[in-house]
Structures are given as structure tokens and as C-alpha cells.
Write a protein that binds this ligand. Structure first.
Ligand SMILES: *Cc1c(COP(=O)(O)O)cnc(C)c1O
Length: 356
């Protein structure tokens, strides 16, 4: 039996979108491939509210995180973390021999503009990483305020992880001055895992020109130059299957209306948050609670593993807490094309299993 997925990626993919993955192959050096890749980029620019170039990567989102930090840090990066995925930027930097400092918030709390100001005012950093939506803790950072601070440091390349929010929340790349904005396909975009996307500004491209060892596969400058020179083609063979599906799914997203889609995510979040507050507690500071997933504090001391086993028999799957938060929290994702009825059915089944 297929279990309906309420885990924060991979998400359930609509049948018609899945079918597009089975489109017959085309040559990756053809005009058809250029057209496909250009069309996707133009649609993603709308979704990201940007005029910047889009790069598609046949990897998961972590690949582009690695590409960004390694390709664009000239001296030192400031990594702001509100959970496991924030910390990942720091691990990536160190693994690539990139100098970086980690600025952590208490889990469940956001990155504050004051923290960012304090770090950047030292003048030590030329790249900053911010997690827009932290999937371990269920925090959505206050980007409007944070970006206002970063704007005062024009030499700093601003990288943002929107892996679990692009397509589910409004992300205004140009207005916020984001230089590299990264997302994966398997979350709010509603596609299978295996492709990642980012926007890249001229400032980030120029920073990369000053970096000597940018690696090979995730060298953002090489990717950018190839796209520009060869009309949206890529240095190595991309997952054309993902591109057929992504091109189609972006049309479905535009059909729904991107603002409508964000509103639907908010409605789903409201439903789950109200339910969580009634029956448990929210883990995240409610002012900064995520629109695409809810991390619920396990105040009743239930066995999350047992709950998930019972849910599995009924055709549902949720997520345990991430890392140290396992069993202390559980996570319900409400992203991509999840119908509201399915979400309500999930909550009813949890109540039934737990006797709430
Ligand atoms: C899932 C996730 C990642 C990792 O993305 P992959 O596509 O698995 O590499 C990074 N950051 C956040 C916020 C995520 O939710």
C-alpha cells in the first residue's frame, strides 16, 4: 500500500507529474534541451521574484550548498544556524577547506537581525548563509529584517537555503538582495528528489572569479559561464527526466497561481498549528513558525515510532524529530500539492490512534 507522505521531503508527487518523468529522452546538446532548460529558468525566476540567472543542478540541494560556499567564499563565511540544516553549511565549509564561523540560535528560536549585524560589523566575513525555513525545528526566519541588515554590507555574498520553502512561501530574491537562493525539487515544488535549483547574482559570479579552488562538478562559475555561452546548456549530462517534470509542474504551479499556492500553504499550516496547540505544543517560537511543516513538541510522551507504525497501517507517514529531537518532537509536513482533506484525515487518524 502506498503511504501518503507527510514527511518534509520527499513529498507525494501528483500522478501526472510523475508520468512526465517517463518522457522519452532527447539529446542534451540539442536546441530542444536548450529550450527546455531556458523555459524552466524563466518560470523559476517568477517563482523567486528575481531577474538573476537560474542554475539547475542534477544533485540534491546539498550539492548547490556546497557549490555556493566553496565557489564564492573569498576569505571567510559567517554561517547562521537555527537547526540541523543550518549546521550543515558549516560542515560543508570545513570539509572544503573554507574558513567559516558558526553562529547558532537556540533550537526553536530564529536567527535575529541583531546577531547578523554583530557578526558582519566585524568586517571578517565576505559570505553569509541563512536558512529560510529550518526543517528540523520548524522555524521560518524573519528574512525581511535579516536582509535589511545584510544590505548594509555590499561586499558580502548572501546565500540562502530555501530548500523546504520555495514554492510554498513567498521568497523575494531581488527585494531581499539574495545572491544565491537554493532549493530542492522534493519539497514544496512537489517533484521527485534528484534535482536542485538556485538563482545566482552578478555579485556572486564576480566573487567566484576571485576564488581559485572552486571544485569541479559544483563550480558555480563554470555552470554559469556554460549556461551563458551555450544557451542554457550544462557542462555534464543533466537529469532530463526531472526537467520534463519540472517544466510541467511549474506550469501547474502558475495555473494554481503562486500567491494562491502560498496562501494554501498558510492555511495548511494554520490547521496543523491549531491542532498541535490543542493536543500538544509547538516546538518553534510561534511568531516564526514555518508555513511548510510543523514541529510538534511531544508533551504527552507518546512513542512517535509506534504512532508512525500505526499510521503506516492506515496509509499515512509522518516524521520523527530530527537528530537529537527524535521522540522529543515529531514533524508533520504540509507542503507541495497535499490536499487539505488528506491533512485533515491524517490529524483525525492520529487522534483516533492516540485516543485524543
Ligand atoms: C531537505 C533540506 C536540505 C537538504 O536538501 P537535499 O535536497 O536533501 O540535499 C537542506 N536544507 C533544508 C532546509 C532542507 O529541508
Amino acid at each position: 500500500m502506498h503511504k501518503k507522505l507527510f514527511i518534509p521531503g520527499p513529498v507525494d508527487v501528483r500522478e501526472d507529474v510523475l508520468e512526465k518523468m517517463a518522457t522519452p529522452m532527447i539529446g542534451h546538446r540539442t536546441k530542444e534541451a536548450s529550450d527546455l532548460q531556458r523555459n524552466i529558468s524563466e518560470k523559476l525566476m517568477k517563482l523567486m521574484y528575481t531577474e538573476n540567472q537560474i542554475i539547475l543542478s542534477t544533485s540534491s540541494g546539498t550539492g548547490l550548498m556546497e557549490g555556493a560556499v566553496r565557489s564564492c567564499t573569498r576569505n571567510k563565511a559567517a554561517v547562521f544556524s537555527v537547526g540541523a540544516f543550518g549546521k550543515r553549511w558549516h560542515e560543508i565549509a570545513l570539509a572544503n577547506g573554507v574558513d567559516a564561523d558558526l553562529f547558532e540560535s537556540e533550537w526553536g528560536k530564529p536567527t535575529t537581525p541583531e546577531m547578523v549585524e554583530e557578526a558582519l560589523s566585524t568586517g571578517l566575513y565576505d559570505l553569509v548563509t541563512i536558512t529560510h525555513n529550518e526543517t528540523s525545528t520548524g522555524i521560518m526566519n524573519p528574512l525581511e529584517e535579516i536582509s535589511a541588515v545584510i544590505k548594509n554590507y555590499p561586499e558580502v555574498v548572501f546565500c540562502m537555503d530555501t530548500v523546504s520553502s520555495l514554492g510554498g512561501a513567498k521568497i523575494e530574491v531581488d527585494k531581499w538582495g539574495v545572491d544565491i537562493c537554493i532549493a530542492s525539487t522534493q519539497k514544496c515544488l512537489g517533484l521527485p528528489a534528484g534535482m536542485a535549483v538556485c538563482s545566482i547574482s552578478e555579485k556572486a559570479v564576480n566573487a567566484a572569479k576571485e576564488v581559485k579552488n572552486r571544485g569541479f562538478y559544483f563550480d558555480l562559475l563554470k555552470l554559469y559561464n556554460t549556461i551563458k555561452k551555450k544557451d542554457h546548456q550544462y557542462p555534464s549530462t543533466p537529469s532530463l527526466s526531472h526537467m520534463f517534470a519540472l517544466d510541467y509542474q511549474l506550469d501547474r504551479i502558475m495555473e494554481e497561481g503562486i500567491e494562491n499556492r502560498f496562501e494554501r500553504h498558510l492555511q495548511m499550516a494554520d490547521l496543523v498549528r491549531d491542532w498541535a496547540k490543542k493536543n500538544f505544543e509547538l516546538f518553534a517560537d510561534e511568531k516564526h513558525a514555518s508555513n511548510s511543516l510543523t514541529t510538534v513538541k511531544n508533551t504527552r510522551g507518546i512513542s512517535v515510532a509506534d504512532l508512525n507504525k500505526e499510521l503506516g497501517k492506515r496509509g499515512f507517514m509522518i516524521s520523527n524529530g530530527y537528530g537529537d529531537l527524535k521522540e522529543k518532537t515529531f514533524r508533520i509536513a504540509h507542503m507541495a500539492d497535499t490536499p487539505m482533506e488528506d491533512l485533515s484525515a491524517l490529524l483525525e487518524n492520529i487522534e483516533d490512534i492516540l485516543g485524543l
